[in-house]
Design a protein around this ligand. Sequence first.
Ligand code: A3P
Length: 293
Amino acid sequence: MELPPRPTLFDFHGVSMTNYFTDNWDNIQKFKARPDDILIASYPKAGNTWVSYILDLLYYSHMSPERQDSVPLYDRVPFLEIHMARFPSGVEELKKLSTFPRIIKTHLPVQFMPKSFWEEKSKIIYVARNAKDTAVSYYHFDRMNMMQPEPGDWNSFLHRFMEGKMVFGSWYEHVKAWWKEKNCNSNILYLFYEDLIQDTEGQINRLCSFLGLSATAELIKQVIEKVHFDKMKTNNMVNGSLDEYLDLNISHFMRKGKVGDWKNHFTVQQNEQFDEDYEKKFKNTDLRFKTVL
Ligand code: A3P
């Protein structure tokens, strides 16, 4: 299939976006969330797929094994705001979904959320990852994902990341605004990618208690095994190999899965500039990230 040209970024109510995530805007804003919906929100490349798969297994691994072997994760956990010609939109996919609760993916900044999620008090899990590893992961993702704008070289990409000129806008604004929202909304659980790496079991238990799920020790053990990076990397239902927009000859969707890979990309000068800028942007928050373990 011939792919359309890569999209370009434009300003959408103060946030850089591409048409793939704004074309269906009215339907997204009118989306009817339900009280039992579970939304996994994150800035791109924070580990949304990882948490989606964890939740899918916790809720649905008792269903037919065929589902695990034949239904790609992007069909089990629809992407709310996506809208591409030739494919059903995320909103349409969600209307058709027959599993309850629905597990939903979004990258929307908090101010863009459809209001029904707040009205219905749906549970929201926000996943956040430190800026440096997010930037590196996003760079490699944009190299291989033909539905993203051209990344250019690493140095220019990093500067655009610092300026917030990325799809879904500024990482800094995204993570801080969701953190602020979490502080006044008990229906939001804020998870860190670094904690998931360091203590997968502890974070899965945190998820279960937030969702009121009583998973058996056996189920948790199975989930931990299945969501290990090496297992996910070879699982075609979750590793991006079925997505024709991803060019796996350029990079992998399940690329490295590490904390601290930024050290292999940042020069000393880039690191100094980044830290200086970061400090200014993070003055007004108590949100803190680990960049090494
Ligand atoms: P890297 O590019 O650093 O490897 P998202 O799903 O939000 O797009 O995030 C993708 C990032 O999460 C990628 O980071 C990917 O490798 C990482 N990831 C996905 N599953 C993981 C797992 N089981 N363990 C560790 N990292 C994982």
